[in-house]
Write a protein that binds this ligand. Structure first.
Ligand SMILES: [Zn+2]
Length: 504
């Protein structure tokens, strides 16, 4: 068979001031037409998975375009509409195909839309009214009813950390093949629970609460009539209507089985909602606990998570370390092109007065003025060792390593999604040889540094804070847990022919 394949991913955060540009996409991956397959073959990406699946089955792939902009605030309106136009122009020009597979994030936010994917898929459907369309999304997708209405099946990553992006691409293409061959008559349904949760307890492996939810979904997938059951925790920092947890089932034949499965997952999630809330510790207290604990300590500044849309330049944790643990060795990564340039201009061995961080998000205050020694300049490039960017080369841009007190600071020109310690290692920083490591993600570090003597989630400012109820919400649908703790919640249902709500 012959399938068109494309990818257009970005994770938005309406509380972040960072506007994503074309360079933010190009610094991860951005390929068009014949360049797509060579660029992504053998990577962990969804398109990499689709390539492997097509090769195994003898299918032909017609590449459209593929890019992932990582995360940020909103995508520049012109860049977003340009990418949509690029994708639609290629779909318009396609010869006859058996189906279209699109890897989307589901939480793409542009300067003029909080449902970019819903609008994109409606335009794709208008161009190809009878061609089967299968979509895959990130587990943090904000799945909207227009997205569902304009595709035949919608699946997603099943795991967080996202180490199954490749498998997701394979699964999506396999479903598309079955639909095209007439072996799968999809009954796409969804059930949404009015809740958002921080990322820290969303780990789908092990024995945490989300592993229990995934286990329910896996059990229900074994039932007759349910081909696929995706759970979407939703990107919790989007101030958009109808935000919430969604279970999306792709049924076969009987719609009732798919509906019961989606509702069971959404209800289980709702019942366990309190288990997902996170306790945070003030930085001074976190550092004191670290100093009292022998061994390697990880301090999580998850509120400044580039992978969730923050700027990655908060110097909050650095300031706290210099103040509360002045002699302790530590590593921290800041996105700071100005400091990187100043350090590179001064050269290795130089001592400079420089402001560090706090340039991109005014919520962090002024840059932290320090005296630093320049250790070395680097090109900021590294390759991800796993996760949804596994195998992809990242471009941190012109970078420098500075020593401030006993802290080694990696200053890169570009903000980088963080999986493990790849950026540090490429810059010659051995994070485990130091007392403290500041990480800026809510989840991946729990796996990457599972052996740390202590890991603490700090109470820090930023647009990816786990304290969701504290954010200045305006447009989001209410009631919504945990903003509203006592309101009577309702589950929302979608099928191709009707929508309705029911008491949770
Ligand atoms: Zn995600």
């Amino acid at each position: 068979m012959r399938f068109a394949v494309g990818a257009l991913l970005f994770e938005g955060n309406t509380f972040s001031p960072v506007v994503a540009t074309r360079a933010d996409f190009a610094s991860k991956y951005l390929a068009f037409d014949a360049d797509v397959l060579p660029a992504l073959r053998g990577t962990n990406t969804e398109v990499g998975g689709a390539i492997a699946e097509a090769a195994a089955a003898g299918d032909e792939l017609l590449p459209l375009m593929a890019t992932h902009g990582g995360a940020g605030g909103r995508v520049d309106a012109g860049v977003a509409s340009g990418f949509a136009g690029d994708m639609l122009a290629r779909i318009r020009a396609l010869p006859e195909v058996d189906g279209i597979y699109l890897a989307l994030h589901g939480a793409f936010v542009s300067q003029d839309s909080v449902d970019f994917e819903g609008e994109l898929l409606a335009a794709v459907r208008a161009l190809r009214p009878r061609t089967p369309i299968v979509v895959s999304c990130d587990l943090h997708a904000h799945v909207t009813w227009p997205m569902l209405a304009n595709c035949d099946a919608l699946t997603g990553y099943r795991h967080y950390p996202h180490d199954d992006t490749h498998e997701t691409g394979r699964r999506a293409l396999a479903m598309l093949r079955d639909i095209a061959a007439g072996r799968l008559a999809t009954r796409l349904v969804a059930c949404r629970a009015p809740m958002i949760i921080p990322a820290q307890r969303q780990r789908t492996r092990g024995d945490g609460p989300m592993a229990g939810i995934r286990a329910i979904a896996d059990r229900l997938m074994a039932e007759a009539g349910v081909r696929d059951l995706a759970h979407f925790c939703v990107q919790p920092w989007i101030d958009a209507p109808a935000l919430g947890f969604a279970a999306v089932a792709t049924g076969h034949g009987d719609e009732g089985a798919a509906l019961r499965a989606a509702e069971e997952v959404a209800r289980a999630m709702w019942e366990r909602r309190e288990e997902f809330l996170v306790e945070t510790t003030p930085p001074a207290e976190a550092i004191a606990r670290g100093l009292a604990t022998p061994g390697f300590v990880v301090l999580a500044d998850a509120s400044d998570c580039v992978g969730g849309g923050a700027s990655g330049d908060s110097a909050t944790a650095l300031a706290a370390l210099l103040r509360h643990a002045p002699g302790a060795t530590a590593s921290i990564h800041l996105a700071d092109d100005v400091a990187a340039a100043a350090a590179r201009a001064a050269g290795p061995g130089a001592r400079i007065r420089v402001g560090l961080g706090n340039r991109r998000d005014p919520a962090y205050g002024a840059p932290l003025e320090v005296e630093a020694e320049v250790l070395r300049a680097t090109d900021g490039a590294f390759t991800y060792s796993g996760g949804l960017m596994g195998g992809v080369r990242a471009e941190g841009g012109p970078s420098a390593v500075l020593r401030v007190g006993a802290v080694e600071v990696l200053a890169t020109s570009n903000a980088c999604y963080e999986y493990a310690d790849e950026a540090f290692a490429a810059a010659g920083i051995d994070v485990r040889a130091k007392k403290f490591l500041v990480v800026k993600n809510p989840m991946n570090y729990q796996q990457a540094f599972a052996d740390a003597a202590l890991r603490v989630v700090m109470d820090t400012p930023g647009p990816t804070t786990p304290n969701l109820a504290a954010l200045p919400w305006r447009d989001v649908g209410r009631p919504l847990f945990p903003i509203d703790r006592d309101a009577a919640p309702r589950l929302s249902f979608w099928t191709r022919t009707r929508t309705w709500t029911r008491e949770a």
